[in-house]
Design a protein around this ligand. Structure first.
Ligand code: PMP
Length: 437
């Protein structure tokens, strides 16, 4: 099936202004490498790795082949009380690249499911070791942890919460962004480590014995690309360890090479107790997520449980054969092509190219780290997000995919990008910002 569909009404699009989109639809029909193609045959350079997930470039043959083979061989097998070989192999491979000690892998189907899984594991662990009073969860302002009930509760985006219910017993740390002290920083800002001390204040307020876990994105992605201040994550680690509180890094965006190592935990040299991931795990080709857990968490639950099922949690599609095959092939490409190292090596030229946009009047901040960037523009008076949307449209129509979150343009190209691609991204973004202004 090719070409634009005739009827757009039945598909209720997620996180979309449905009427606005359907009045002016844009879509992709094909993809390969660094590019998408629209139904009318226009090529669009992928500046965002799809939705932060296509880290190895589109339609990579080892992945598409592995999926096709798996689909023909074993379309489905349960992983409750049964399993299939490739899910074990993938868990083993994944455990090899996660930080040392985080080598018990629970599979999910998305980032949102990974987050709610990690929060549930945190509660189950505390209860298993006789710390059942620890039920409080702590997130952070400007945190995005997906859309399930746990995720929206610990998340720091009121817009994602106000139509729904939130979990009780959740607090939020202040976010780490400060324009005055951090604008136009490359890499981690110098200012802001002290903000982690708020965790001590929350502990003093509630008592450590009531707090199960703290969850943060090591680098907030969806709310504008906010790299952590130097020393901030270290402080969170020290405070949580001191008080028996679990530390969860949500690496759904930062995982798989985005910030200069396999995981941000390694890039920033801080090891949490759990890491949530998704997106780059299968290069976006099949939905899959995972939670990498410290062995002591797994053992704390498994060894203390009465005989039978230890953790009453899991999804029909946890470790689905097609996803496991895609994950194995994806990790193979990352290793064979050294893509995490490549991402790290591109950080310099990338920062140079993107920071050069600083001369544009409407650009009020640029943040880069690893192979990711946020270009923040001044909002139009009384129209927050209008400029971001206009730039997104201009760029798209000129053949570049960017992501607008309010008036910040987020960029996270596949790690296979060439220096010429980087140059093209910067040039096309410049043009889009100038013409949309
Ligand atoms: N956590 C983070 C940090 C994310 O960036 C996202 C998605 N952008 C999610 C969770 C949710 O992932 P999903 O959309 O796969 O549910």
């Amino acid at each position: 099936m090719t070409g634009m569909p005739n009827d757009l009404s039945a598909f209720w699009m997620p996180f979309t202004d449905n009427r606005g989109y359907k009045a002016e639809p844009r879509m992709f029909e094909r993809a390969k490498g660094m590019h998408y193609w629209t139904p009318d045959g226009r090529q669009v350079l992928d500046g965002t790795g799809g939705l932060w997930c296509v880290n190895a470039g589109h339609c990579r043959e080892p992945i598409t082949q592995a999926i096709a083979e798996a689909a023909g061989e074993l379309d489905f097998a349960p992983t409750f009380q049964l399993a299939h070989p490739s899910v074990f192999r993938l868990a083993t491979k994944l455990a090899e690249i996660t930080p040392e000690g985080l080598d018990r892998i629970f599979f999910t189907n998305s980032g949102s499911e990974s987050v709610d899984t990690a929060l549930k594991i945190a509660l189950a662990y505390q209860r298993s070791i006789g710390q059942g009073t620890r039920t409080r969860l702590i997130g952070r302002q400007r945190g995005y942890h997906g859309v399930n009930f746990g995720g929206i509760s610990v998340g720091g985006i009121v817009g994602n919460r106000r139509q729904f219910l939130s979990l009780p017993g959740v607090d939020h740390l202040t976010h780490t962004y400060n324009a005055e002290h951090q604008a136009f920083t490359r890499g981690q800002p110098e200012w802001g480590a002290h903000l982690a001390d708020e965790l001590e204040a929350l502990i003093n307020l509630h008592g450590a014995e009531t707090i199960a876990a703290v969850i943060v994105e090591p680098m907030a992605g969806s709310t504008g690309v906010l790299p952590p201040p130097k020393g901030y994550l270290e402080k969170l680690r020290a405070i949580t360890s001191k008080h028996g509180i679990l530390l969860i890094f949500d690496e759904v965006i930062t995982g798989f090479g985005r910030v200069g190592a396999a995981f941000a935990a390694q890039a920033f040299g801080v090891t949490p107790d759990m890491i949530t991931m998704a997106k780059g795990l299968t290069n976006g080709a099949v939905p899959m997520g995972a939670v990498a857990c410290a062995e002591f968490i797994h053992d704390g639950i498994v060894d203390n449980a009465p005989p039978g099922i230890e953790l009453a949690h899991g999804y029909t599609y946890s470790g689905h054969p097609l996803a496991a095959a895609a994950g194995l092939a994806t990790l193979g490409i990352y290793a064979d092509e050294g893509l995490f190292e490549r991402g790290a090596a591109l950080a310099g030229p990338w920062a140079d190219a993107i920071h050069a946009l600083r001369d544009l009047d409407v650009v009020q901040d640029i943040r880069t780290i690893g192979f990711v960037a946020g270009v923040e523009m001044k909002a139009k008076p009384d129209a927050i997000g209008a400029r971001g949307k206009a730039v997104f449209h201009r760029a798209f129509d000129d053949g570049l995919l960017v992501r607008a979150t309010a008036d910040t343009i987020a960029l996270s190209p596949p790690l296979i990008a060439s220096e010429a691609d980087i140059g093209e991204i910067a040039d096309k973004l410049r043009k889009a910002i100038v013409t949309a202004a």
